[in-house]
Design a protein around this ligand. Structure first.
Ligand code: ADP
Ligand code: MG
Length: 296
């Protein structure tokens, strides 16, 4: 899929942001213990959400009656077959598109416009080819009018965090697909959002790079305290990363089941071969392909 101007706009930013970050709630995040969210501080509340795409050729009911509560610092994966409405739901959560029905609350307030409290990573890195890695990471800071002198060391630090120390001056064409996606991740974090939305961010990468980036993402999530909503159609990836897997069924997209993953953290690849993991995977597979009931 070719990057478009609107995708770039969405990827780099949340221009027009009106939403103030609630400092008190940010501090409260420390009450959440990784992997086991003890405090139930609600970050995002999705209520009775439906989305119908209308066009001259007809209507598509993409989402129907979606309800989901996400607590601060939780790692949620959305999994389901192609066309089940995962991207639609993520775009609604990022306020990039409006639902046909239902409401979206952030920190207890209705969200109607994109907020700077969110960073977004898409399947394609959508980097500007004429800017270096560092300048690509700094782009949202420029768009949001942040202090560039102050943002520069942060951008350097983020590139180091994702393993790109020494590549700050490289252009996208000089970087592999995995490295470009690392730049995109740094760019999504430059303005220190508390929510990270990721739409199949590793789907275009080879299996090894994908696994490696998955674990790096977990490390970043663990140290930097973000609420992550990560879309994938890969059930193994969905389980390995998540506190809870939201399994969706298609036409119209609905939440078929919410599966709480009680595997210990840090997660490791060999967990995939445990009976617990197989139990989660069988459960998710059966609801996605054969329907199921909603369970919190
Ligand atoms: P997923 O990300 O799970 O593959 P999407 O959210 O992209 O699913 O799409 C869900 C459904 O909505 C699909 O049937 C898709 O064809 C339809 N759809 C998505 N975007 C649009 C759009 N802009 N206009 C019309 N239909 C759309
Ligand atoms: Mg999609």
């Amino acid at each position: 899929m070719a990057p478009t101007g609107s995708m770039l706009f969405a990827a780099v930013g949340d221009v027009g942001a009106r939403f103030a970050i609630n400092k008190a709630q940010q501090q409260g995040a420390s009450a959440c213990i990784r992997g086991h969210v003890k405090s139930r501080m609600l970050k995002i509340k999705i209520e009775n959400l439906s989305k119908i795409y209308r066009s001259r050729s007809g209507h598509v009911s993409a989402l129907e009656d979606v309800n989901l509560d996400i607590v601060q610092n939780e790692f949620i994966t959305l999994v389901g077959p192609s066309g089940c409405g995962k991207s639609t739901l993520l775009k609604i959560i990022g306020a990039l598109i409006r639902p046909s029905r239902g409401t979206l609350h952030y920190d207890g307030k209705t969200l109607l416009q994109p907020t700077r409290d969110v960073g977004i990573v898409f399947q394609e890195p959508v980097l500007l080819p004429w800017r270096t890695a560092l300048d690509n990471v700094l782009l949202p800071a420029e768009i949001l009018g942040l202090d560039i002198a102050a943002s520069r060391p942060r951008a350097m630090e983020l590139l180091k965090l994702v393993g790109l120390k020494g590549f700050e001056s490289s252009y996208p064409r000089e970087l592999s697909g995995g490295m470009q996606q690392r730049v995109a991740l740094s760019r999504a974090l430059i303005h220190d959002p508390s929510v990270l939305l990721m739409d199949e961010p590793f789907a275009a990468l080879d299996a090894m790079t994908r696994e490696e980036l998955g674990f790096e993402l977990l490390r970043i999530w663990d140290t930097h305290k973000k609420t992550v909503i990560f879309v994938t159609h890969n059930i193994v990836e969905a389980i390995l990363l998540a506190d809870r897997v939201v399994a969706m069924s298609p036409r119209p997209g609905r939440i078929a089941k919410i599966v709480k993953v009680d595997l210990p953290r840090p997660r490791t690849l060999d967990m995939e071969f445990t009976p617990e993991f197989k139990g989660y995977s069988d459960e998710i597979r059966s609801v996605i392909y054969h329907g199921g009931t909603v369970a919190a």
